[in-house]
Ligand binder design. Structure first.
Ligand SMILES: [Zn+2]
Length: 454
């Protein structure tokens, strides 16, 4: 199933790149005498993620570049061949942990030199991205703190089993993932609302609600306006030992009339419908926008192997999805009448039940207005919270505070008496009666009794 998805995406991507290649070739032909001309650097964007800084240069064509570092003071020099800055250098905020200033100068021979004045030594990583649906050619430079351990190295190999036996009951960890971010804005409404912005607002509100909940702790996967790879989102959740993963998105469609919310789980055999497949390509292609897709092959191999052990997680995911979907139905219109399934990469954690909520259609003008309103965002967060609560009421994993608090139940079978049941659970018959509103000793086979706490 994973192969299906990957192949599907690669094919489509290749479709795009082939088209772009043809277009690029045509352009090359048409502009051949001009090809020696200077490449324009139209814009430079700066995104601050918790573990790295990303610089994105918009370039009028694919560029050749080189990087080198200088010491005392620390600087990083980026030389871009045959190019000229036509836009402005962004201002670096004083809060930036790595960069203090960006300067640029034109060099002899027509190259552009960009110098980053650094607050500390960095490990740079750079690559060029070809045009896609949203952007043109780009040069991306990622700066990692040279002294900090990189995320990739710090991540331990994927562990499927997890220790559940602990002395004190633990909190449930709810990973909340706001889709897209940074260089990847996600879908866009007619009034200019960006998916990445509204979903982060909803995620933050949901995190605040989870924080108030007894026996639960939120983990915000994306905390600001920066891009995170889909697999990295999963890694972050797993590292926090998340009990569930909720990815929050807003939908878009060509037809602006389409509206309503949807809840997705990972499909067992890739996408379950053509529309779901289309959407899966949309959401998964975020990795093509944000960076190099699926560069970590070990990860893919691990997922393929672990797919085999996913069915228990899928069952839990489906249960959670249904519980959330019931609440969304109460909130307003839903797009489909039941939980949908698709091959979203972000849902592929083998041991963390995961769902993806498309809160509303940002392409629908009235839903776009709603998504912008803080009141609606709060309503949406509350509905998802109720769904989470509903799921865990009957599915709290052993060893959690919620499991300890959950009332125990006993189904009466033939030959049992109240006295025997009371002895079995070490409770008083009196307490058993009052917990179940019984006045005498009459019980019947199949009756469900609540067992009070001792
Ligand atoms: Zn999305």
């Amino acid at each position: 199933m994973l192969f299906f998805n990957i192949v599907g995406i690669v094919e489509r991507t290749n479709g795009h790149t082939i088209m772009y290649r043809i277009a690029a070739l045509l352009l090359l032909f048409l502009s051949w005498p001009l090809s020696a001309q200077t490449i324009k650097i139209d814009n430079l964007r700066l995104w601050a993620a918790p573990d790295h800084i990303r610089l994105v240069f918009d370039t009028s064509a694919s560029v050749e570049h080189s990087l080198f570092s200088l010491k005392t003071p620390d600087r990083l020099v980026i030389d871009i061949k045959k190019s000229k800055l036509s836009g402005k250098m962004p201002q670096v905020g004083s809060g930036n942990p790595l960069v203090s200033r960006i300067r640029s100068a034109n060099r002899k021979g027509g190259d552009l030199r960009v110098v980053l004045d650094l607050k500390r030594p960095v490990k740079p990583k750079s690559f060029v991205l070809r045009p896609n649906r949203k952007y043109g050619n780009r040069l991306v430079v990622d700066l990692y703190d040279a002294k900090a351990k990189s995320i990739g190295k710090a991540a331990r190999p994927v562990k499927v089993s997890r220790v559940v036996q602990r002395s004190a009951p633990r909190e449930l960890v709810i990973a909340i993932d706001a889709g897209h971010g940074g260089e990847d804005p996600g879908a866009r409404g007619k009034a200019g609302t960006r998916e990445k912005t509204v979903v982060l607002a909803i995620a933050r509100k949901l995190a605040a609600l989870v924080q108030k909940e007894i026996g639960m702790r939120p983990v915000l996967i994306r905390k600001g306006d920066y891009y995170l790879g889909l697999r990295k989102r999963m890694k972050l959740a797993r590292r926090q030992k998340a009990d569930m993963f909720i990815s929050i998105h807003a939908d878009a469609f060509r037809d602006r009339r389409v509206r309503g919310s949807s809840v997705y789980t990972l499909s067992q055999r890739g996408a379950s419908s053509e529309a779901a497949r289309w959407l899966a390509v949309q959401e998964n292609s975020a990795d093509l926008i944000g960076g190099v897709k699926l560069e970590d092959k070990d990860d893919i191999l691990a997922s393929v192997l672990l797919d085999l052990s996913q069915s228990a997680t899928l069952q839990a995911s489906h249960n959670l999805a249904s519980s959330v979907f019931r609440q969304l139905k109460k909130l307003g219109k839903t797009h489909k009448h039941k939980v949908q399934q698709a091959g979203f990469v972000v849902l592929k954690s083998p041991d963390v039940p995961s769902i993806l909520v498309e809160t509303a259609f940002i392409s629908n003008p009235s839903e776009e207005r709603k998504l912008r309103s803080s009141k609606y965002q709060q309503k949406m967060a509350r509905a998802i919270m109720k769904g989470i609560r509903g799921h865990f009421r009957s599915n709290a994993p052993p060893g959690t505070i919620l499991a300890e608090r959950a009332p125990r139940k006993h189904v009466i079978s033939s030959g049992e008496t109240l006295g025997r049941i009371a002895r079995q659970y070490q409770v008083k018959v009196r307490d058993l009666r009052s917990a179940n509103g019984l006045s005498g000793d009459q019980i019947r086979i199949g009756q469900v009794l609540r067992i009070p706490k001792t």
